[in-house]
Design a protein around this ligand. Structure first.
Ligand code: BG6
Length: 526
C-alpha cells in the first residue's frame, strides 16, 4: 500500500529509461524536453541513460544526430543545448520489431552495457510510446527476456500511454495480459492531464483551504461543469481518431481525472492508494446510464467547415484519413449524477470537442442561490451569484464571482470577480507536463497514475454510451460549424434543466463595463 513520496528537491534514483517507439513524436515533443528540464533543475540523476527501441533504421550515432536536429524544431520551448549534449551522450538505439525475441536480447545487452558505462545498479523503466496494439506484445517480450524481474533491490517499471483499451472488455483484457508479467505496482498508466499544475492544484485548493471544503457538497453546489474545449481539428491523426472519437479519446481519461479530483472525498493521506481509492469511489458512484439516459443526457456532434483559429477550415469529413461519410463524433456533452451522500442530485455536466470557439479547459462550481431573497421585487433574484471557476488551461487560475453593490445612491447589485492568475502570481510555468510524471515514476510514486480498477471503472461508466451509439449511428452529422460551441443540443441539455454553460471568453459582469448597469437580469434596484 505504501508509496515513496518524492522529495521535491532531490535527484531521482539512478536508472535506465527504455523508450519503445523512440522515433515517434512524443519523444521529441515531450519526453526529451522533460528530461532536459529535470536535468537542468538537478532532479535527474547523473547516473542515467536512455535506450531507444524502434523499427526505424538508425544506429546510436545516426539517431543521436537526427534527434539533435529535430528537438529544437519540436520541443515546446527553447532547450538548453549544454544539457541536450549531456543527455545525447547517454542515448543508445536498438533497431527491432516489437515481437522479435532476438531483438529483445540485443536490447537487454544494450541495457547492461549502458548500466556499466554510466554506473547504474539496475533500476529500469520502460516507456511504451507505441501504438496500443503493441502494449501487450512488448510487455510479454520484456517478461520473456527477464527484463521485468526486480532483483537485488532494483526496480523494473512500465509506463503505459493512453488509450488503455477501447472499451471495458478490451481494457480488462489488457489489464489481465499485463498482469501475467507484471504486478500492479510495476504498472504506471499515464494520463498527461495529471501532469498539469492546475489539475494537481484542484486537490490542494480543496484540501488545504478550510473555507472551501465545507461548501463543496449538495447543500451549496447547484451543479458542476467541466469543459475541455479545443480549437484544433484532428490534425494528422485522422486514422486514429476515426476509431476513437471524442468520447473514447477524452472522457474516460482526461475528463474523468478532472471529475474525480473535483468530486472525491478527502483522502486521509496523500499515499498513492489512498488518493486513488477515493478517486475510484467517485467513478463507482456514478449513476449507471440506462439506454434512455444515453438518448436524453448525452449529446454527440461532428464539426462541419467553418472559421476556427482565424481561418477557414474544412469539416471533419474532409480531413485527411477520414471517411467522407464518417459518423465519428468530434464533440460530446454529457450529464452525470453521482449517487453518494455528498453529491446526490447535483448534476455534473461534461463537454469536450474539437474545432470549438476557443481553447479552454475549466471546472465550474456553480453555487446555489441564496435561500432568502432579500432584494425582493428586483431582478437580482435571478442573479447567479457565486461561481467558482478553476481555469486549467491555457490561462491557469481560479476566479470567484460574487454579488456586490454598485456604488451610488440607489441600491443596485452586480457580479464582481475575484481572480487569481497563476502566471502573475508565481511567474509563467515552464515545462511539458511530463517532468513530474517521469520523476514520480523514477521515485515509485504512483499517485498520479491510473490503477487498473480506476481505468476499468471509467470505461464502465461510458460503456452504455458506446453500446447505444454503436446500435444507433448518429444521424444528421455534421451538426456544428467549426469555430462554434458545438451542437445546439448541447445547449439544450442544460437549458431544459434551467441552466446554461458558462460563456467562456466573456467575462462575468464587470461593474464598470458598459452593459453592467443596464443588464436587468444582473443588476437590480430594490
Ligand atoms: C490527447 C488526445 O490525449 O489529449 C488529443 O488524444 C487531445 O486528441 C489532447 O488533443 C489534449 O491534450 P491537451 O494537453 O492539449 O489538453
Amino acid at each position: 500500500m505504501s508509496t515513496n513520496h518524492v522529495d521535491a528537491t532531490s535527484e531521482a534514483a539512478p536508472c535506465v529509461m527504455v523508450i519503445f517507439g523512440i522515433t515517434g513524436d512524443l519523444t521529441k515533443r515531450k519526453l526529451i524536453p522533460a528530461l532536459i528540464n529535470l536535468a537542468q533543475e538537478n532532479l535527474l540523476s547523473k547516473q542515467f541513460a536512455i535506450v531507444g527501441f524502434a523499427m526505424n533504421d538508425y544506429t546510436t550515432d545516426s539517431f543521436r544526430k537526427v534527434l539533435g536536429e529535430e528537438i529544437p524544431k519540436f520541443a515546446p520551448e527553447a532547450i538548453d543545448l549544454k544539457m541536450w549534449k549531456w543527455l545525447a551522450e547517454r542515448i543508445y538505439y536498438i533497431k527491432g520489431e516489437f515481437q522479435d525475441a532476438e531483438a529483445f536480447q540485443r536490447l537487454k545487452q544494450q541495457i547492461v552495457d549502458a548500466e556499466k558505462q554510466h554506473d547504474i545498479a539496475g533500476n529500469r523503466f520502460f516507456y511504451l510510446a507505441v501504438a496500443p496494439r503493441f502494449f501487450s506484445p512488448v510487455v510479454q517480450q520484456l517478461g520473456a527476456a527477464g527484463l521485468t524481474q526486480e532483483e537485488n533491490g532494483n526496480w523494473a517499471r512500465v509506463i503505459v500511454e493512453k488509450p488503455f483499451g477501447h472499451d471495458l472488455e478490451s481494457a480488462r483484457q489488457l489489464n489481465s495480459e499485463l498482469k501475467k508479467v507484471l504486478n500492479e505496482k510495476q504498472i504506471y498508466r499515464i494520463d498527461h492531464y495529471l501532469g498539469k499544475e492546475t489539475v494537481q492544484n484542484v486537490m490542494v485548493f480543496r484540501f488545504s483551504n478550510n473555507i472551501i471544503e465545507p461548501l463543496w457538497n449538495r447543500n451549496y453546489v447547484d451543479h458542476v461543469q467541466i469543459t475541455a474545449a479545443e480549437t484544433v481539428g484532428v490534425e494528422h491523426r485522422g486514422a486514429f481518431y476515426e476509431t476513437a472519437g471524442a468520447l473514447r479519446d477524452m472522457v474516460p481519461n482526461h475528463l474523468f481525472q478532472l471529475l474525480t479530483m473535483t468530486a472525491m472525498e478527502p483522502p486521509i493521506s496523500f499515499e498513492a492508494d489512498e488518493v486513488r481509492n477515493k478517486q475510484a469511489e467517485v467513478l463507482h458512484a456514478v449513476q449507471p446510464l440506462s439506454p434512455e439516459d444515453v438518448l436524453t443526457c448525452m449529446v454527440r456532434g461532428q464539426y462541419a467547415e467553418g472559421n476556427a483559429d482565424g481561418q477557414r477550415v474544412v469539416g471533419y469529413r474532409n480531413e485527411p484519413d477520414v471517411a467522407h461519410d464518417s459518423n465519428t463524433e468530434t464533440f460530446v456533452a454529457l450529464k452525470l449524477l453521482i449517487d453518494n451522500w455528498r453529491w446526490a442530485g447535483v448534476p455534473f455536466y461534461l463537454r469536450t470537442g474539437k474545432r470549438l470557439a476557443s481553447r479552454a479547459t475549466e471546472i465550474v462550481i456553480q453555487f446555489r442561490r441564496t435561500p432568502f431573497v432579500l432584494f425582493r421585487n428586483t431582478a437580482v433574484r435571478n442573479l447567479e451569484t457565486n461561481r467558482l471557476v478553476i481555469h486549467i488551461q491555457p490561462d491557469e487560475g481560479i476566479s470567484l464571482s460574487f454579488g456586490a453593490k454598485v456604488p451610488g445612491s440607489v441600491m443596485r447589485l452586480g457580479l464582481v470577480n475575484m481572480d487569481f492568475d497563476y502566471a502573475t502570481y508565481f511567474g509563467a510555468e515552464h515545462g511539458t507536463g511530463y517532468e513530474r510524471l517521469l520523476r514520480d515514476c523514477m521515485a515509485g510514486d504512483a499517485t498520479l497514475f491510473q490503477r487498473s480498477d480506476m481505468v476499468e471503472a471509467g470505461w464502465n461508466v461510458i460503456q452504455p454510451i458506446i453500446d447505444v451509439w454503436r446500435a444507433l449511428p448518429a444521424r444528421g452529422f455534421p451538426n456544428y460549424a467549426a469555430g462554434s460551441w458545438g451542437p445546439v443540443d448541447a445547449e439544450e441539455l442544460l437549458f431544459r434543466d434551467g441552466r446554461a454553460w458558462r460563456c467562456i471568453g466573456e467575462e462575468d459582469v464587470d461593474l464598470h463595463g458598459p452593459h453592467a448597469s443596464h443588464d436587468k437580469d444582473k443588476v437590480g434596484t430594490p
